[in-house]
Design a protein around this ligand. Structure first.
Ligand code: KIV
Length: 280
């Protein structure tokens, strides 16, 4: 029987030195394609707000947005572990509200775990969720929900004090029971040190090759937007250009009367047409 990747599988992968591949997906078709490509870990990230819903930041994303999209991703998969991202202000207000919202991610949306941003500051909340049976992935380094506080998408942990704070955050998440932690925009050597220091997997984005796994945003990886590519991302395709070319071709064909042809049409039998002619 087919089964989904579990948090125990992911921890075992780190032990074996097997790299963990994670990618975001936000809907049924993207989730199906990602799973077909053999990716074991899918994040319904709050980047949803930027790459799907057209907001400037992740801040406006709601719990209902994430639930709606997570349901579609779950319907599109049966092997991948689906992580639902907890949006801004769905957990920062305290462990009880966090528990209510995280519970919805598992019960209503069908996710297998949740992710939230922060280290020492959210450790108590992480403990409350884990003790209630909700697996938690942490997220430290650049935490986009705090963009108004941080002031830009910049590398974190650059000073000795900031580096030590990140190490302490990672350890606090592990001690609170998190099963993995995302390191975003963290210098490569610091990510390596953190990955060696904690026993749970680190999943990097702009954090160097020595993390236990990597995560990328679906739209960055596939080139859905041609204007902008973050430094940490690599385009493995230019799907946006292919879509524009295909849709332009379709529009030209419609305008020139070249679509549909007989092949895409339903042709009435001649004898029926003759009868229609007689009856009309
Ligand atoms: O929301 C998201 O997609 C994320 C990843 C960038 C890690 O948090």
């Amino acid at each position: 029987m087919e089964r989904r990747t579990t948090v125990t599988d992911l921890k075992a992968m780190k032990k074996r030195g097997e790299k963990i591949v994670m990618i975001t997906a936000y809907d049924f078709p993207s989730a199906r394609l990602v799973e077909q490509a053999g990716v074991p870990l899918i994040l319904v990230g709050d980047t949803l707000g930027m790459v799907v819903l057209g907001y400037d930041t992740t801040v406006p994303v709601t719990v209902d947005d994430i639930i709606h999209h997570t349901k579609a991703v779950v319907r599109g998969t049966n092997k991948a572990h689906v992580v639902a991202d907890m949006p801004f202000m769905s957990y920062q207000t305290g462990p009880e509200e966090a528990l209510r919202n995280a519970g919805r991610m598992l019960k209503e949306a069908g996710a297998q775990s949740i992710k939230l941003e922060g280290g020492v500051a959210v450790a108590e909340t992480v403990r409350r969720l884990v003790d209630s049976g909700i697996p938690v992935m942490g997220h430290i380094g650049l935490t986009p929900q705090s963009i108004n506080q941080i002031g830009g998408y910049k590398i974190q942990g650059k000073t000795p004090a900031a580096a030590v704070k990140l190490i302490n955050d990672a350890v606090a998440l592990q001690e609170a029971g998190a099963y993995a932690v995302v390191l975003e925009l963290v210098p490569a050597q610091l990510s390596k040190a953190i990955s060696e220091r904690i026993t749970i997997p680190t999943i990097g984005i702009g954090a160097g090759v020595d993390c236990d796994g990597q995560v990328q945003v679906f739209h960055d990886l596939l080139g859905l937007f041609s204007e902008f590519l973050p430094k940490h991302a690599k385009r493995y395709a230019q799907i946006g250009d292919s879509i524009v070319a295909a849709v332009s071709q379709y529009a030209d064909d419609v305008r020139n009367g070249q679509f549909p042809t007989d092949k895409e049409s339903f042709i009435q039998r001649e004898d029926v047409l003759r009868d229609v002619g007689r009856l009309a």
